[in-house]
Each structure stands twice: as C-alpha cells, then as structure tokens.
Design a protein around this ligand. Structure first.
Ligand code: UT7
Length: 339
C-alpha cells in the first residue's frame, strides 16, 4: 500500500431529472426562439424537474453514485434550497441514511462547487475529517419567470446535481483527480447585478407580499451584459493568476472545465487564455446553466468521454452572483496498477 500523499477528488457523478425541455418547448411559454437561444447562449435544451422532485432529491440521486463508502462530513452547495431553512446539507444527509455527520451548506451560487471543494480540501488537509461528500445541486425551474417578462433569464437555467468524494489519496488508487489548489474571490459590491431579491429578511415588515409576487421581484434579475463582461474578465484573470502561482501557464492545461453560463463566455475565456477550442469542455448545450452543478457535471462528462490521460492538468473556473469568481487546478490520475 503506497502512503497517502495528496488530497484527491474522485467518484464524480451527476443526476438530472428525466424531463427534457427544448428551446422550442420554451417558445410555447414565452416570446423566444430556438435560434435566439442557440446564437446568444449555445443552449439547445435543459432538464427540468416534475413535482415532487426537489433540489435535495437531485443531490441525493447524484450522491448515491459517488458514495461507495460512508463519508464523515458533507458539504452541499446550492442557491435553490428546498426550504428557506434548513439548507439541503441535512436533507441530503438524512435521505442518504447517513449518521448525524456535519452537513455544511455553501451559498456561493455559480462558484458554489469551487468554494465547497476548497473547503473540503482544507478540512482534509487539517485532518478535521477523512472523507467528505461534496454535492452541488439546483432546481431552478420552479423559481423562474417563464413568461416573456423573464425570458432573458428563464431560457438559461436547467436543473441538476453533481457530486464527488474528497479524501487523501495517492497515484496507485483508482481514477481520480489530485487537488492542487484554488483561488477564490467575492465582491458584494455587485450583489444587485445578479440576484433574487425576495423573499428575504431585507424586506419589511414581511418578507413576501402580493405586490412583490405580482411585480416579479420574487424572480432572479440580472444585468446580463455587465455580468457577461465581468465573467469573461474574472474567469480569465483568476485562471491566469492561479496558474502563475503554481509556476504554470495556460499551455500546460490539457482541459478547462468551466462553469456553464454562456457558451460565448467560455469561448472568449478560452481564446483569452490562448487555448484552442477543443481544450475548453462545454456541457451547456445539453444541460443549460445548472449553477453549483455545472462543474461536477462537466468533470463527470469529461471523464466519461475519456478526454484525459495520466498526469493531465485540468483547470476549473467559474463566475456568478455575488459577484463570486474563482479557479481550481486538478491533476488527472488514471487507474494505475498498484506499485
Ligand atoms: O451563471 C451566472 C452568470 N450569468 C451569466 O454569466 C450570464 C451573462 N449574460 C449573458 O449570457 C447574456 O447577456 C444573455 C444571454 C443573458 C443575453 O444576451 P445578450 O446578447 O446580452 O442580449 P441582450 O440582453 O442585449 O438582449 C438583446 C435582445 C433584447 O431585445 P432588444 O432590446 O434588442 O429589442 C432582449 O429583449 O434580445 C432580447 N431577448 C430575447 N429575445 C428572445 C432577451 N432574452 C431573449 C430571449 N429570447 N430569451
């Protein structure tokens, strides 16, 4: 048995609900078109839940595939919890039939999975926990304005979940990623550029009123162009910075697995980093933007497509509401024979 030498992320999995929603399906609900959605976003379809499936249910469906053994902590990232409180961490813990392990909830939107992975890395490095289940899960569809008023946002989002296990590992173990490091940022100055304002404790004297519902302020709102510009700049700069801090450059990266908000954002980030198109892995065409689930879905799909070879460097990057942005570096290890 080789001695444990680094922190590893493995057993990546994802789950989406069975109902496929095409762009043409959306054009029966609002004034939009398949052509507009594909041209502006790259999205061809997404999956939306049917009742009674909740965010924690999707998280559980993914986590069941990741959990080959019992975790001693759980970190769940979402912006769309089943309830105002408690968060989905404890719901996932209970539905998986786990003992009363610590169940953390991360609220960092599109960067949620990166924040959760860094937390897991730090907990393992500190020997606080030995085996952490990390989940990103979202149900957007029930929180969107699917009338023409909400079309700029409603066409973007899909429901889904992704998960993995983080624990100590070494290169003799089954297929996994070595977790190299992260660089994360957040700046609440931009909170109102992409947010869901209500219901929240900032509203007096009660959190929800008929007027708020009728005005549409219970739905997400976004300054699309500003978010787009900041996303391209933020993801490019943080990726460069993280690589530099590890003595690396974009040309060392075999595959970028970025957050999936807009295909054009990811194409621009790739070209800013000087990478050919096939080095940037996208899933938005099939799943839309599943927020905290995009990165584990992307990693699972990239593994299934066998795009990686032993030692390949994988760059993760994300940008979203907060604003929050960040990047992560992983090294792929295939299942090498026991040394
Ligand atoms: O994951 C979280 C981070 N989110 C993002 O990174 C999203 C960043 N932003 C974007 O991806 C883009 O800004 C959008 C895809 C949201 C919008 O694309 P755009 O090229 O910036 O379009 P636009 O907002 O400038 O809208 C152009 C036109 C407008 O009509 P007028 O004013 O030119 O007549 C919109 O009303 O397109 C209209 N429009 C639509 N038309 C058909 C907006 N949404 C739609 C729609 N279908 N769904």
């Amino acid at each position: 048995m080789t001695e444990s030498s680094y922190i590893a992320a493995h057993s990546f999995a994802f789950s989406v609900p069975p109902r496929r929603v095409s762009n043409d399906d959306l054009s029966t609900l609002m004034d939009t078109s398949d052509e507009w959605i594909r041209q502006r976003t790259g999205i061809a379809q997404r999956y939306w839940v049917d009742p009674p499936t909740t965010t924690s249910d999707l998280g559980v469906a993914s986590a069941r595939q990741s959990c080959t053994g019992q975790p001693d902590a759980l970190i769940a990232a979402t912006l769309s919890p089943d309830y105002c409180f408690p968060g989905i961490g404890v719901l996932i813990q209970h539905k998986l039939g786990l003992p009363p392990i610590p169940a953390f909830d991360v609220r960092n939107q599109c960067c949620g999975f990166l924040y959760a992975l860094q937390m897991a890395q730090a907990f393992i490095a500190a020997s606080m926990y030995q085996r952490i289940l990390v989940v990103g899960a979202e149900v957007h569809s029930t929180g969107l304005d699917v009338s023409t008023r909400g079309r700029d946002i409603a066409v973007l989002f899909g429901d889904g979940a992704g998960s993995c296990i983080v624990e100590r590992g070494n290169s003799s173990q089954a297929e996994h990623f070595e977790v190299i490091g992260f660089e994360l940022h957040g700046d609440g100055k931009y909170a109102s550029e992409l947010w869901c304002e209500h219901p929240g404790s900032a509203h007096f004297p009660v959190r929800i009123t008929r007027e708020l519902v009728e005005s549409g302020k219970i739905f997400p709102a976004m300054n699309g162009k500003k978010v787009f510009e900041h996303a391209v700049r933020g993801m490019t700069e943080v990726s460069r910075s993280l690589l530099t801090s590890h003595g690396l450059s974009p040309s060392d990266v075999r595959l970028v697995v970025p957050h999936q908000a807009n295909l054009r954002i990811n194409q621009l980030v790739g070209s800013e980093l000087g990478l050919p198109a096939d080095r940037v892995f996208n899933t938005i065409q099939e799943f839309g933007n599943t927020t905290a689930a995009t990165i584990p879905i992307g990693l699972t799909k990239a593994l299934q497509a066998r795009l990686l070879q032993q030692g390949d460097l994988v760059l993760l990057c994300a940008f979203g509401s907060g604003f929050t942005w960040g990047a992560g570096l992983l090294r792929y290890h295939s299942a090498l024979p026991e040394r």
